[in-house]
Write a protein that binds this ligand. Structure first.
Ligand code: LHQ
Length: 259
């Protein structure tokens, strides 16, 4: 239920259960974890792109598996959240290569959580992001209570979460929830160009950059300045920095080898 393709220096993972708008099953979780492991182990792969097949990106948990009439009693959802969603969100966040997400169509519930866990999220302008959870009597999971609040502030996060409301990809970009929204017909190409560009980038500097941006949310300026000092020290010792400066001086494009 997840298709693995290789692009120009990157891996593309496509959620592929389009008859349910790519809703999550244990199989799909396993497919994503396997795809990430394969991408991580492949030295030729320097970035990952996650997207969906068909007209949807991901409709969150597959609710057909959850028919209360077929259960003995109320389920313990903390088990599936812990085992599947938290594991996946942590894996994406801790992945050591840039992870890009192209939200090609509707995203709901935990599907939004996965999209927002990636380093860069692009969406089709018209794609509905349907927060959902409260509409079926649940609470935000897959990190959405954290990403929505961090990126939107409490007023918008609370409004969206309590109403289970929707944003279009365009609104999500305007609100600062995602990197950019693009016309649907351009999304796949734009996401692939961007992923390939990051794959050609100075890998160590990109890793440190990601860590610096993330750390900034949690600490005062003084501590962040110290962190920048340390990171720049590391970046300055990398062959990619020498190549970057040399390429500038020689008026050519840099060719980063970095690992
Ligand atoms: C689906 C689904 C779906 C199965 C559409 N499952 N088939 C964590 C831990 C454990 C348990 C619970 O949850 C969680 C976290 C979560 O993710 S909770 C959130 C779960 N997801 C939702 O509540 C979203 C449910 N889906 C919808 O609200 C709509 O389908 C959306 C807004 C996604 C799309 O609406 P439309 O574009 O109008 O499409 P549609 O509703 O007609 O769906 C198309 C097909 O996909 C349809 O099948 P059918 O056989 O009738 O054509 C749907 O049944 C199926 N589908 N979502 N989550």
């Amino acid at each position: 239920s997840v298709v693995y393709d290789t692009g120009d220096g990157y891996a593309k993972l496509t959620l592929n259960r389009s008859e349910t708008l790519n809703a999550f099953t244990p199989d799909m979780h396993a497919g994503l974890m396997e795809g990430l492991a394969r991408a991580e182990a492949d030295p030729a792969c320097r970035a990952v792109l996650i997207t969906g097949a068909g007209r949807g990106f991901c409709a969150g948990q597959d609710l057909r598996d959850r028919d209360p009439r077929k259960m003995d009693g109320p389920p313990d959802l903390s088990d599936s959240v812990g085992r599947y969603y938290n594991t996946l969100v942590r894996r994406i966040r801790e992945f050591d290569k840039p992870v890009i997400c192209a939200v090609n169509g509707v995203a709901a519930g935990a599907g939004i959580g996965i999209a927002l866990a990636c380093d860069i999220t692009l969406a089709s302008e018209e794609a509905p992001l349907a927060i959902g959870f409260s509409r079926i009597g649940l609470v935000p999971d897959a990190g959405t209570s954290w990403t929505l609040t961090r990126r939107l502030g409490e007023a918008r996060a609370m409004g969206l979460a309590l109403t289970g409301g929707r944003l279009s990809g365009r609104e999500a970009a305007d609100w600062g929830l995602i990197w950019r929204a693009v016309p649907n017909e351009d999304l796949a190409t734009e996401a692939e160009i961007m992923t390939a560009q990051l794959a050609r980038g100075p890998a160590q500097a990109l890793r440190l950059t990601r860590n610096a941006i993330r750390a900034a949310a949690d600490q005062p300026l003084d501590d962040q300045l110290e962190l920048e000092r340390g990171f720049q020290g590391q970046a300055g010792r990398s062959p990619d920095y020498a190549e970057g400066v040399l390429a500038f001086l020689e008026k050519r494009k840099p060719c980063f080898a970095g690992a």
